[in-house]
Design a protein around this ligand. Sequence first.
Ligand code: ADP
Ligand code: MG
Length: 208
Amino acid sequence: MVGLDTEVLQRWVLALPIVFEGNLERLNGLDTQAGDGDHGTTILRGVQAAARATESLPSPVLAKGLLETAGSAFRRAAGGASGPLFACIFTELAKMIENNCLSGVGLAQGLENAALLIHRLGKAEIGDRTLLDALFPAAQAAKSAPSNLGAALDAAMDAAEKGVAATATMVARKGRARFVNAGEVHSPDAGATSIELILRTLNEVYRS
Ligand code: ADP
Ligand code: MG
């Protein structure tokens, strides 16, 4: 397959509530150590709303409309600081759909555009211990292998995983986590962990 088509993208959106249900306690736990403990609940609410909204789209469902719908449903349902930020991933990928498909180039560019938009909206820099510390390196890694979709997805996932690990030693400067004594936190950032899960799920549905 040369790109992620409507069928794969729909399976991705429908798989996310299952993945985040399984990671609910873990993500809330990470957010408890450096935040208010609701990140898993917030993300799960968002992906559940996104899945429901795409399921009720009239057919034929097109890839662009699917991701736009997922993004706006996520933004409305999730709320909090992270809701509008995570929604950018769906809406920026939607903009890169061509011929009803998301290519490796579109994936890489969409992830980078999402990272840049999240940076503009949330004002976090790389190294501030946020979701950007997983998303930005993932986008850069995908850009290094964009003509091969499978390789781009693998590279993005690996870079996100390394980015998540690196957040464990970072000092939070954005969001509620900035109020926590840095010396007390040794776990990775909750939002960055969610980015890794989102990309891992996309890679898995593409390969299954
Ligand atoms: P809230 O802070 O409203 O409780 P969540 O708990 O859902 O939101 O999400 C917290 C996560 O959001 C953090 O772990 C971090 O990754 C991300 N985050 C918070 N503020 C920002 C920001 N300004 N820019 C980018 N990501 C952010
Ligand atoms: Mg929180």
